[in-house]
Design a protein around this ligand. Sequence first.
Ligand SMILES: [Zn+2]
Length: 446
Amino acid sequence: MHKFSKSYVPAWRTALLSVCLTVALSSCGMLSTTTPTASDAAQPETTATSEQTRSADSSSGLTSAASTEGQTESPDGAGETASGSAEAGQTESQNTTASAGNTQTAGKLAYSFSQATLPDSSLATTTDDNNWERWPGTSSLEQSITVDLSAYKGSQQNTQALQGITVIVDPGHGLSDPGAVTTDSAGNQIREADITLPIGLALKDKLEALDATVVMTRTTDSWVSLYSRVAIAGNTVLDFWEQVLTQNGQSTDWTQSLRGDLQTMLDINDDDAASGGRGICQGIGATADLRNLLDAERETSQIIYISVHANTSDSDTTAHGLQTYISTNDSVYASESEAFGEESVDAEYLPVNPNYRNYNDADRTRLAQAIFNGVTGQVPQLLNAAGQAIYTGNYAFLREINLTSVLVETGFISNAEDLAVLTDATSQQQIAQGIADGVYTYFCQN
Ligand SMILES: [Zn+2]
């Protein structure tokens, strides 16, 4: 049984922060009631409504096990007490670069720089019916960097396939945050964190075999706050921006300023709002600084983010199978606007900033579908024919990072058959291979 840290995780914000909350996250009364309590969040929900689910993208031509049947999982305690050391992911530099006119290349990656501008903050926000401000649906850095991924299309799945691509691999939970916990048939306690790590490490190997650059959010059983994970992704993106800006003789003052913000989050390494660890992500919506970072991330389509988790259901041990989760413009807005509409927003979650709405829903959907197909292709036992491939939710590291990103719920540890798969070393390798297959498909085949 997974436990909430009541003092750290008030209910509705838990829904915004937690991972592995899955369908229960948005279906919950905890988002719609006034003055919700922590106990609300601990109550498992059993049914997904059509608003909370997103069907697989049928236009992709990919098969999916689409159904509206929702699965459940207990919420995660995202705000466990921080302990241990922060482990910042190692950021590898891009491959050697070459210049051809305005277009530079790094391996198969091609990109150009066209505007010597700072983030454009001149576009005014608009206000919704709820009197909540919204950032423009366009990037403040639009087309400053243009990444060209066309060279990947049609590539064979070989040792050069993903040259120039960067994948941030995020094994969920760790150390003081075990994630979901269950007991196997032999009486051994199984922690989600101990399943996500070997799969994540195997995924690193599989992706590197395709020549991708891999940044890990953790490589050991260590504590890394959700907002440290956000910062690791941000720094990876800023590495690329600064490389391009420097190549083009541009100032990196604005990226250096953002790096300072991210370093604060890494240094504090704590999800609790009072700790300051949420940094520029504090509050509802996006501060102007965060918006600049999100827009910078929006332009680096060669960098993606994959978070590996395992699911659980307190109420239904038959619930099983792989699920993928993405955050979309609509899912983030729906969740946060509901929080905004509360009569009394807990001071812990202030300030209220404008809503950000420039996530790339289509690419996120395409990546999630490709990974779903890849994993269920490698490990057919994880295909739940009655389930669906892609769900939406408002997760911290999907909301506060504007890369193409997906949360992979590999299976249910509350289900005996899934648990046997998820704890088997060979199957873990196969799951990782399936995710890597999906990344390959995403960049090279569709
Ligand atoms: Zn999890």
